[in-house]
Design a binder for this molecule. Structure first.
Ligand SMILES: Cc1cc2nc3c(=O)[nH]c(=O)nc-3n(C[C@H](O)[C@H](O)[C@H](O)COP(=O)(O)O)c2cc1C
Length: 364
Protein backbone atom coordinates (compact mmCIF):
# COMPACT_ATOMS: atom_id res chain seq x y z
CA UNK A 1 0.00 0.00 0.00
CA UNK A 2 1.30 3.46 -0.87
CA UNK A 3 2.35 5.59 2.11
CA UNK A 4 -0.10 8.28 3.12
CA UNK A 5 0.60 11.75 1.72
CA UNK A 6 1.30 14.14 4.57
CA UNK A 7 1.97 17.50 2.91
CA UNK A 8 1.39 19.24 -0.40
CA UNK A 9 5.03 19.00 -1.47
CA UNK A 10 4.58 15.26 -1.83
CA UNK A 11 2.14 15.78 -4.71
CA UNK A 12 4.96 17.17 -6.83
CA UNK A 13 6.75 13.84 -7.16
CA UNK A 14 3.47 12.06 -7.93
CA UNK A 15 2.77 14.63 -10.63
CA UNK A 16 6.23 14.14 -12.06
CA UNK A 17 5.58 10.40 -12.35
CA UNK A 18 2.11 10.93 -13.83
CA UNK A 19 2.96 13.49 -16.51
CA UNK A 20 4.92 13.45 -19.76
CA UNK A 21 8.21 15.29 -19.20
CA UNK A 22 7.20 18.18 -21.49
CA UNK A 23 4.15 18.97 -19.36
CA UNK A 24 5.79 18.42 -16.00
CA UNK A 25 8.61 20.77 -17.01
CA UNK A 26 6.06 23.33 -18.21
CA UNK A 27 4.23 23.29 -14.89
CA UNK A 28 7.21 23.18 -12.57
CA UNK A 29 9.64 25.45 -14.37
CA UNK A 30 10.55 29.09 -13.97
CA UNK A 31 12.43 31.67 -16.02
CA UNK A 32 16.13 31.49 -16.96
CA UNK A 33 18.35 30.66 -13.94
CA UNK A 34 15.23 29.98 -11.86
CA UNK A 35 16.74 32.09 -9.08
CA UNK A 36 13.40 33.66 -8.18
CA UNK A 37 11.73 30.26 -8.46
CA UNK A 38 13.90 28.95 -5.61
CA UNK A 39 13.64 32.22 -3.70
CA UNK A 40 9.83 32.19 -3.80
CA UNK A 41 9.94 29.15 -1.54
CA UNK A 42 13.15 29.77 0.37
CA UNK A 43 12.37 33.35 1.40
CA UNK A 44 9.48 31.93 3.44
CA UNK A 45 11.97 29.76 5.33
CA UNK A 46 13.82 32.87 6.51
CA UNK A 47 10.74 34.40 8.16
CA UNK A 48 10.30 33.37 11.76
CA UNK A 49 7.01 33.09 13.64
CA UNK A 50 6.61 34.70 17.07
CA UNK A 51 3.83 32.72 18.77
CA UNK A 52 1.76 33.81 21.79
CA UNK A 53 1.01 31.39 24.59
CA UNK A 54 -1.83 30.80 27.04
CA UNK A 55 -4.62 31.76 24.68
CA UNK A 56 -7.82 29.70 24.59
CA UNK A 57 -7.54 28.18 21.13
CA UNK A 58 -10.28 25.54 21.29
CA UNK A 59 -12.08 27.23 18.42
CA UNK A 60 -10.19 28.46 15.36
CA UNK A 61 -12.09 30.39 12.69
CA UNK A 62 -10.26 30.73 9.37
CA UNK A 63 -13.25 32.04 7.42
CA UNK A 64 -13.04 35.36 5.65
CA UNK A 65 -14.58 37.43 2.88
CA UNK A 66 -12.74 38.30 -0.31
CA UNK A 67 -14.28 41.16 -2.32
CA UNK A 68 -17.42 40.45 -0.34
CA UNK A 69 -17.50 36.69 -1.02
CA UNK A 70 -17.42 34.39 1.96
CA UNK A 71 -14.81 31.62 1.94
CA UNK A 72 -13.85 28.95 4.44
CA UNK A 73 -10.22 30.10 4.56
CA UNK A 74 -7.98 32.79 3.05
CA UNK A 75 -6.87 30.37 0.35
CA UNK A 76 -7.73 30.72 -3.33
CA UNK A 77 -6.82 28.83 -6.48
CA UNK A 78 -4.45 30.87 -8.66
CA UNK A 79 -5.10 31.13 -12.39
CA UNK A 80 -2.88 28.60 -14.12
CA UNK A 81 -3.01 27.67 -17.77
CA UNK A 82 -4.14 24.48 -19.45
CA UNK A 83 -5.32 22.09 -16.75
CA UNK A 84 -6.24 19.42 -19.30
CA UNK A 85 -2.55 18.78 -19.81
CA UNK A 86 -2.54 17.66 -16.17
CA UNK A 87 -5.83 15.74 -16.13
CA UNK A 88 -8.55 14.95 -18.70
CA UNK A 89 -11.22 16.76 -16.67
CA UNK A 90 -9.10 19.92 -16.61
CA UNK A 91 -10.43 23.11 -15.04
CA UNK A 92 -13.84 21.55 -14.36
CA UNK A 93 -12.23 19.20 -11.82
CA UNK A 94 -10.36 22.12 -10.26
CA UNK A 95 -13.54 24.18 -9.98
CA UNK A 96 -15.42 21.31 -8.34
CA UNK A 97 -12.66 20.98 -5.77
CA UNK A 98 -12.88 24.73 -5.09
CA UNK A 99 -16.63 24.38 -4.57
CA UNK A 100 -16.18 21.41 -2.22
CA UNK A 101 -13.68 23.40 -0.15
CA UNK A 102 -15.78 26.57 -0.21
CA UNK A 103 -13.03 28.62 -1.72
CA UNK A 104 -12.55 30.80 -4.80
CA UNK A 105 -11.12 29.64 -8.10
CA UNK A 106 -9.45 32.02 -10.53
CA UNK A 107 -9.83 30.62 -14.04
CA UNK A 108 -6.98 31.29 -16.44
CA UNK A 109 -7.65 33.07 -19.72
CA UNK A 110 -5.64 30.27 -21.33
CA UNK A 111 -7.76 27.46 -19.98
CA UNK A 112 -8.53 24.20 -21.71
CA UNK A 113 -12.19 24.17 -20.57
CA UNK A 114 -14.45 27.06 -21.53
CA UNK A 115 -15.83 29.62 -19.09
CA UNK A 116 -19.26 28.14 -19.84
CA UNK A 117 -18.17 24.58 -19.02
CA UNK A 118 -16.55 25.68 -15.77
CA UNK A 119 -19.54 27.84 -14.81
CA UNK A 120 -22.06 25.06 -15.36
CA UNK A 121 -19.98 22.38 -13.62
CA UNK A 122 -20.52 23.55 -10.03
CA UNK A 123 -21.31 26.53 -7.84
CA UNK A 124 -17.74 27.55 -7.00
CA UNK A 125 -17.17 31.27 -6.64
CA UNK A 126 -15.11 32.13 -9.71
CA UNK A 127 -12.90 35.03 -10.75
CA UNK A 128 -11.69 35.35 -14.33
CA UNK A 129 -8.05 36.06 -15.14
CA UNK A 130 -7.60 38.26 -18.19
CA UNK A 131 -4.80 38.71 -20.67
CA UNK A 132 -5.13 41.66 -22.99
CA UNK A 133 -4.44 40.53 -26.51
CA UNK A 134 -3.45 42.62 -29.51
CA UNK A 135 -6.90 41.59 -30.69
CA UNK A 136 -8.69 43.61 -28.02
CA UNK A 137 -12.02 42.35 -29.34
CA UNK A 138 -11.08 38.84 -28.16
CA UNK A 139 -10.21 40.03 -24.65
CA UNK A 140 -13.39 42.13 -24.51
CA UNK A 141 -15.48 39.16 -25.59
CA UNK A 142 -13.90 36.95 -22.93
CA UNK A 143 -14.72 39.55 -20.26
CA UNK A 144 -18.33 39.60 -21.46
CA UNK A 145 -18.55 35.81 -21.40
CA UNK A 146 -17.10 35.68 -17.89
CA UNK A 147 -19.55 38.32 -16.69
CA UNK A 148 -22.49 36.58 -18.34
CA UNK A 149 -21.47 33.27 -16.75
CA UNK A 150 -21.40 34.54 -13.20
CA UNK A 151 -17.70 35.17 -12.68
CA UNK A 152 -17.37 37.71 -9.88
CA UNK A 153 -14.18 39.63 -10.65
CA UNK A 154 -11.56 40.19 -13.32
CA UNK A 155 -7.94 39.55 -12.44
CA UNK A 156 -5.90 41.47 -14.97
CA UNK A 157 -2.44 39.96 -15.30
CA UNK A 158 0.04 42.72 -16.09
CA UNK A 159 3.44 41.06 -15.88
CA UNK A 160 3.30 39.36 -19.27
CA UNK A 161 3.82 41.86 -22.11
CA UNK A 162 6.09 39.13 -23.42
CA UNK A 163 6.58 35.59 -22.20
CA UNK A 164 9.45 34.97 -19.79
CA UNK A 165 12.25 32.78 -21.07
CA UNK A 166 11.50 29.31 -19.79
CA UNK A 167 14.38 27.25 -20.98
CA UNK A 168 12.87 23.82 -20.36
CA UNK A 169 9.95 24.73 -22.65
CA UNK A 170 12.39 25.89 -25.30
CA UNK A 171 14.35 22.63 -25.10
CA UNK A 172 11.20 20.51 -25.08
CA UNK A 173 9.63 22.54 -27.92
CA UNK A 174 6.56 22.92 -25.72
CA UNK A 175 3.38 22.61 -27.77
CA UNK A 176 0.29 24.71 -27.08
CA UNK A 177 -2.87 22.57 -27.16
CA UNK A 178 -6.15 23.94 -28.50
CA UNK A 179 -7.30 26.51 -25.96
CA UNK A 180 -10.98 25.77 -25.76
CA UNK A 181 -11.84 29.19 -24.42
CA UNK A 182 -10.52 30.73 -27.58
CA UNK A 183 -11.97 28.23 -30.03
CA UNK A 184 -13.47 29.96 -33.03
CA UNK A 185 -11.70 33.18 -32.05
CA UNK A 186 -8.09 32.33 -32.56
CA UNK A 187 -6.02 29.41 -33.75
CA UNK A 188 -3.77 28.30 -30.92
CA UNK A 189 -1.72 26.19 -33.27
CA UNK A 190 1.40 28.15 -33.82
CA UNK A 191 4.13 26.14 -35.33
CA UNK A 192 7.53 27.42 -34.59
CA UNK A 193 10.40 25.30 -35.74
CA UNK A 194 12.57 26.86 -33.12
CA UNK A 195 11.98 26.37 -29.41
CA UNK A 196 8.78 26.80 -27.43
CA UNK A 197 5.54 27.11 -29.35
CA UNK A 198 4.07 28.74 -26.27
CA UNK A 199 6.54 31.57 -26.63
CA UNK A 200 5.68 31.94 -30.32
CA UNK A 201 1.97 31.93 -29.46
CA UNK A 202 2.41 34.56 -26.75
CA UNK A 203 4.43 36.86 -28.96
CA UNK A 204 1.71 36.71 -31.60
CA UNK A 205 -1.13 37.36 -29.17
CA UNK A 206 -0.08 39.41 -26.10
CA UNK A 207 -0.47 43.16 -26.39
CA UNK A 208 2.90 44.56 -25.32
CA UNK A 209 1.51 48.10 -25.54
CA UNK A 210 -0.82 47.59 -22.56
CA UNK A 211 -0.32 50.39 -20.03
CA UNK A 212 -1.94 52.23 -17.13
CA UNK A 213 -4.35 54.23 -19.27
CA UNK A 214 -5.87 50.97 -20.53
CA UNK A 215 -7.40 50.27 -17.13
CA UNK A 216 -9.97 52.92 -18.08
CA UNK A 217 -10.75 50.90 -21.21
CA UNK A 218 -11.20 47.75 -19.16
CA UNK A 219 -13.45 49.58 -16.70
CA UNK A 220 -15.52 50.85 -19.61
CA UNK A 221 -16.33 47.31 -20.78
CA UNK A 222 -17.17 45.65 -17.46
CA UNK A 223 -18.95 46.29 -14.20
CA UNK A 224 -16.95 43.61 -12.43
CA UNK A 225 -14.32 44.60 -9.88
CA UNK A 226 -10.81 44.57 -11.35
CA UNK A 227 -7.76 43.24 -9.55
CA UNK A 228 -4.26 43.87 -10.90
CA UNK A 229 -2.00 40.81 -10.72
CA UNK A 230 1.74 41.20 -10.90
CA UNK A 231 2.51 44.18 -8.64
CA UNK A 232 5.90 43.97 -6.90
CA UNK A 233 6.79 47.59 -6.01
CA UNK A 234 5.42 50.51 -4.01
CA UNK A 235 5.53 52.67 -7.17
CA UNK A 236 3.13 50.36 -8.99
CA UNK A 237 0.99 49.90 -5.89
CA UNK A 238 0.43 53.66 -5.80
CA UNK A 239 -0.38 53.75 -9.52
CA UNK A 240 -2.85 50.92 -8.97
CA UNK A 241 -4.60 53.05 -6.37
CA UNK A 242 -4.61 56.03 -8.72
CA UNK A 243 -6.32 54.12 -11.52
CA UNK A 244 -8.91 52.89 -9.05
CA UNK A 245 -8.71 49.12 -9.11
CA UNK A 246 -10.54 47.01 -6.53
CA UNK A 247 -7.49 45.09 -5.39
CA UNK A 248 -3.93 43.99 -6.04
CA UNK A 249 -2.34 40.58 -6.35
CA UNK A 250 1.29 40.73 -5.28
CA UNK A 251 2.81 38.15 -7.60
CA UNK A 252 5.84 37.40 -9.75
CA UNK A 253 3.86 34.91 -11.85
CA UNK A 254 5.35 31.97 -10.00
CA UNK A 255 8.83 33.16 -11.10
CA UNK A 256 8.02 32.40 -14.74
CA UNK A 257 8.47 35.89 -16.12
CA UNK A 258 11.43 38.06 -15.06
CA UNK A 259 14.12 36.19 -13.16
CA UNK A 260 15.87 37.98 -10.26
CA UNK A 261 12.79 39.87 -9.17
CA UNK A 262 12.26 39.49 -5.43
CA UNK A 263 10.49 36.51 -3.97
CA UNK A 264 6.84 37.57 -3.78
CA UNK A 265 6.87 37.33 0.01
CA UNK A 266 9.78 39.78 0.11
CA UNK A 267 7.83 42.30 -1.98
CA UNK A 268 4.55 41.96 -0.08
CA UNK A 269 5.08 44.38 2.76
CA UNK A 270 6.32 47.19 0.52
CA UNK A 271 3.02 47.03 -1.36
CA UNK A 272 0.97 46.71 1.83
CA UNK A 273 2.56 49.84 3.30
CA UNK A 274 2.01 51.82 0.11
CA UNK A 275 -1.66 50.88 -0.11
CA UNK A 276 -2.44 51.66 3.57
CA UNK A 277 -5.47 49.40 3.71
CA UNK A 278 -7.33 51.26 0.94
CA UNK A 279 -7.84 48.14 -1.17
CA UNK A 280 -7.36 44.42 -0.43
CA UNK A 281 -4.04 42.83 -1.21
CA UNK A 282 -3.87 39.23 -2.29
CA UNK A 283 -0.65 37.32 -2.60
CA UNK A 284 0.85 34.38 -4.47
CA UNK A 285 4.18 32.68 -5.03
CA UNK A 286 5.84 29.80 -3.22
CA UNK A 287 3.08 29.02 -0.72
CA UNK A 288 3.54 25.36 0.24
CA UNK A 289 2.69 25.28 3.95
CA UNK A 290 0.10 26.61 6.37
CA UNK A 291 2.95 28.45 8.07
CA UNK A 292 3.62 30.24 4.73
CA UNK A 293 0.00 31.38 4.64
CA UNK A 294 0.24 32.59 8.23
CA UNK A 295 3.38 34.58 7.38
CA UNK A 296 1.78 36.20 4.33
CA UNK A 297 -1.29 37.17 6.36
CA UNK A 298 0.92 38.61 9.13
CA UNK A 299 2.68 40.73 6.51
CA UNK A 300 -0.64 42.15 5.35
CA UNK A 301 -2.13 39.88 2.68
CA UNK A 302 -5.86 39.36 2.91
CA UNK A 303 -5.66 35.96 1.22
CA UNK A 304 -3.20 33.87 -0.75
CA UNK A 305 -3.44 32.03 -4.04
CA UNK A 306 -1.96 28.62 -4.78
CA UNK A 307 -0.51 27.82 -8.21
CA UNK A 308 1.66 24.75 -8.75
CA UNK A 309 0.48 22.58 -5.83
CA UNK A 310 -3.05 22.69 -7.27
CA UNK A 311 -1.79 21.43 -10.62
CA UNK A 312 0.29 18.73 -8.94
CA UNK A 313 -2.77 17.61 -6.98
CA UNK A 314 -4.82 17.58 -10.19
CA UNK A 315 -2.18 15.63 -12.12
CA UNK A 316 -1.75 13.09 -9.32
CA UNK A 317 -5.34 12.50 -8.29
CA UNK A 318 -7.77 14.69 -10.25
CA UNK A 319 -10.46 16.62 -8.37
CA UNK A 320 -9.72 14.64 -5.19
CA UNK A 321 -6.06 15.66 -5.38
CA UNK A 322 -6.93 19.36 -5.66
CA UNK A 323 -9.27 19.01 -2.70
CA UNK A 324 -6.58 17.29 -0.65
CA UNK A 325 -4.08 20.07 -1.43
CA UNK A 326 -6.51 22.73 -0.21
CA UNK A 327 -7.54 20.68 2.83
CA UNK A 328 -3.94 20.02 3.83
CA UNK A 329 -3.12 23.73 3.65
CA UNK A 330 -6.25 24.58 5.61
CA UNK A 331 -5.39 22.03 8.29
CA UNK A 332 -1.85 23.34 8.54
CA UNK A 333 -3.02 26.95 8.76
CA UNK A 334 -5.49 26.03 11.48
CA UNK A 335 -2.78 24.29 13.49
CA UNK A 336 -0.37 27.21 12.97
CA UNK A 337 -3.02 29.63 14.25
CA UNK A 338 -3.69 27.46 17.32
CA UNK A 339 -0.01 27.12 18.14
CA UNK A 340 0.51 30.87 17.66
CA UNK A 341 -2.40 31.89 19.86
CA UNK A 342 -4.59 33.25 17.04
CA UNK A 343 -8.27 32.24 17.04
CA UNK A 344 -9.33 34.33 14.05
CA UNK A 345 -7.55 35.82 11.05
CA UNK A 346 -7.86 39.26 12.65
CA UNK A 347 -5.68 38.03 15.52
CA UNK A 348 -2.76 37.45 13.16
CA UNK A 349 -0.71 40.62 13.45
CA UNK A 350 2.54 42.02 12.11
CA UNK A 351 4.20 41.21 15.41
CA UNK A 352 3.60 37.50 14.85
CA UNK A 353 6.48 37.33 12.38
CA UNK A 354 10.03 38.53 12.17
CA UNK A 355 11.54 38.96 8.71
CA UNK A 356 15.11 38.24 7.77
CA UNK A 357 15.75 41.99 7.53
CA UNK A 358 14.50 42.55 11.07
CA UNK A 359 16.55 39.67 12.40
CA UNK A 360 19.69 41.11 10.81
CA UNK A 361 19.00 44.50 12.39
CA UNK A 362 18.61 42.86 15.81
CA UNK A 363 22.07 41.37 15.52
CA UNK A 364 23.67 44.75 14.86
C1 LIG B 1 1.94 26.22 -15.06
C2 LIG B 1 1.56 27.61 -14.68
C3 LIG B 1 0.70 28.31 -15.51
C4 LIG B 1 0.32 29.61 -15.16
N1 LIG B 1 -0.58 30.26 -15.95
C5 LIG B 1 -0.98 31.50 -15.60
C6 LIG B 1 -1.97 32.17 -16.35
O1 LIG B 1 -2.50 31.64 -17.32
N2 LIG B 1 -2.33 33.40 -15.97
C7 LIG B 1 -1.77 34.03 -14.87
O2 LIG B 1 -2.13 35.16 -14.56
N3 LIG B 1 -0.87 33.40 -14.12
C8 LIG B 1 -0.46 32.16 -14.44
N4 LIG B 1 0.45 31.51 -13.66
C9 LIG B 1 0.93 32.15 -12.42
C10 LIG B 1 0.01 31.79 -11.24
O3 LIG B 1 -1.21 32.46 -11.33
C11 LIG B 1 0.64 32.19 -9.89
O4 LIG B 1 1.04 33.53 -9.96
C12 LIG B 1 1.84 31.32 -9.51
O5 LIG B 1 1.68 30.00 -9.95
C13 LIG B 1 2.01 31.33 -7.99
O6 LIG B 1 3.16 30.66 -7.61
P1 LIG B 1 3.19 29.13 -7.11
O7 LIG B 1 3.08 28.28 -8.33
O8 LIG B 1 4.51 29.04 -6.46
O9 LIG B 1 2.03 28.94 -6.14
C14 LIG B 1 0.85 30.22 -13.98
C15 LIG B 1 1.72 29.50 -13.17
C16 LIG B 1 2.07 28.20 -13.49
C17 LIG B 1 2.98 27.44 -12.57
Amino acid sequence: MAAELVNVNEFQELARQALPKMYYDFYSGGAEDQHTLRENVEAFHRIIIRPRILVDVRRIDMSTTILGYHTSAPIMIAPTAMHKLAHPEGEVATARAAAACNTIMALSFTSTCTVEEVASSCNAIRFFQLYVYKRRDISALMVQRAEKNGFKAIILTVDTPRLGRREADIKNKMIVPQLKNLEGLLLAEVVSEKGSNLEAFASQTQDASLCWKDIAWLKSITNLPILIKGVLTREDAIKSLEVGVAGIVVSNHGARQLDYVPASITALEEVVLAVQGKIPILFDGGVRRGTDIFKALALGAQAILIGRPIIYGLAAKGEYGVRRVIEMLKDELELTMALSGCCTLKDISRSHVRTEHERRQCRL
